[in-house]
Design a protein around this ligand. Structure first.
Ligand SMILES: Cc1cc2nc3c(=O)[nH]c(=O)nc-3n(C[C@H](O)[C@H](O)[C@H](O)COP(=O)(O)OP(=O)(O)OC[C@H]3O[C@@H](n4cnc5c(N)ncnc54)[C@H](O)[C@@H]3O)c2cc1C
Length: 384
């Protein structure tokens, strides 16, 4: 058996999980190569802790990708410029690489510039720098209107903007200025986390309401007026003193230009094997679109990215070993929804259930909040 080369495009959660599983499952004659532009790995969920001040610096949760070499994983630090899914080649700033297998794990690009005024006005929850700026703003906020704005769907982690609203509410309450503040969420969604079903969505609206947080559904922002401090929607305006934003997402440029995307704007894959239409080419994580029986798409979340990565790694390893690839992604997932005061609710279920996802939400507890932190610790296992 000749040695195979598996190119993992992207060294975020999905890419690193796939690479480490492959390294464990494939013998040393096979190369596992991660192509990633950043030098550090971290989990986006830590942005919320940067926002609350539980974590003071982004560097605390970051790990050096150079460390991968110790585990027999090659890392090419480079910008991926083009992908040829037929030839299975990848053009990067560091040259062209050729693989027997490609695993596309490039996540989602954020493009704040798609909404006029967004980039210069909204504090971006989806970058560590933005999360720190939110904390600094909340720490000195003495009263006024806080708006949490979801610009477009789909976006990564359907619970994150709601968690941000809950956490900001608890931060302002602890500072003793909550009574002087109005907090609202504006979103294009009809309910929070709509794929999880109406029961979960309505319960989240109740939880927002219990804390005096407004919920404004089906609001599509057209532009933001930085001078007037107003977000302009199709039908109404929302004035703000502090704007916390989730920018529009889109598939990364090399994925789009390789024509790997479909009308959804994302990479369609087989729901259980994560194969694309090109032999030997897989896509996992936020870059993908998986249409569910209910007609909506599987949410973009780390819990799915992680499991998809394991499935693809097991199947590639099996195929290389001459065995039948048997691993299947089954659409099960869970999430912890932080609500402040060291508490989190817990949603879990089968997103592949027919005719609609079957998801339940358990009330907030300290235990769930601790479990969420444990997930980050477990994800760091490669760096021990
Ligand atoms: C604030 C926040 C909180 C979240 N909380 C949770 C949570 O509690 N639970 C949960 O399940 N999920 C959560 N998520 C979602 C989760 O982080 C994502 O679903 C997950 O990171 C997706 O993994 P991925 O590997 O597909 O993308 P990413 O982790 O984003 O990795 C993509 C990688 O590709 C690299 N890349 C992209 N383009 C190029 C290029 N052209 N060249 C080279 N490299 C490139 C990027 O630098 C990046 O490292 C959260 C997300 C956010 C933003």
């Amino acid at each position: 058996m000749t040695g195979k080369t598996i190119l993992v495009l992207g060294g975020g959660l999905a890419g690193i999980t796939a690479a480490s599983a492959l390294r464990r499952l494939c013998g040393p004659d096979h190369r596992v190569v991660v192509i990633e532009r950043r030098a550090k790995f971290s989990l986006h969920m830590a942005n919320l802790w940067l926002m609350t001040g539980e974590r003071r610096q982004a560097a605390e949760g970051e790990r050096d990708l150079a460390h991968l070499a110790k585990h027999g994983i090659e890392w090419v630090q480079a910008q991926i410029e083009a992908i040829d899914p037929i030839a299975r080649t990848v053009r990067t700033g560091a040259g062209v690489l050729e693989g027997d297998y490609l695993i596309i794990a490039l996540g989602a690009d954020r493009h704040a510039e798609a909404i006029p005024g967004f980039a210069e006005t909204a504090l971006d929850l989806y970058t560590p720098q933005g999360a720190v700026r939110i904390r600094e703003a909340v720490e000195t906020f003495s009263g006024g209107r806080v708006v949490v704005l979801v610009a477009r769907t789909p976006f990564s982690c359907p619970s994150a903007p709601y968690e941000a609203a809950f956490l900001v509410e608890s931060m302002l309450r602890r500072r003793g200025v909550r009574a002087q503040c109005d907090i609202s969420v504006y979103t294009p969604e009809d309910l929070p986390m709509p794929v999880a079903g109406a029961e979960v969505g309505k319960e989240l609206v109740r939880m927002l309401d219990d804390r005096g947080i407004g919920f404004h559904a089906e609001q599509i922002v057209m532009k933001i007026d930085p001078a007037a401090r107003v977000a302009r929607f199709e039908l109404e305006d929302a004035r703000f003193d502090l704007l916390i934003g989730v920018p529009p997402h889109r598939a990364p440029a090399p994925v789009r230009s390789a024509r790997l995307t479909d009308a959804s704007g994302w990479v369609p894959v087989d729901a259980s094997s994560l194969r694309t239409r090109h032999p030997g080419v897989y896509a996992i994580g936020d870059a993908t679109s998986i249409r569910l029986p209910v007609g909506m798409f599987l949410p973009k979340a780390g819990v799915f990215a992680d499991e998809q990565a394991r499935v693809v790694a097991e199947n590639i390893a099996a195929e290389i070993a001459g065995d039948e690839p048997r691993s299947r992604f089954n659409g099960h997932g869970f999430c912890y929804i932080e609500v402040g005061d060291d508490m989190a609710a817990y949603g879990a279920g089968n997103f592949y259930a027919v005719p609609a996802p079957s998801v339940t939400l358990e009330p907030a507890s300290r235990r769930f909040c601790e479990e969420k932190h444990e997930i980050e610790r477990a994800a760091q296992v490669l760096w021990r």
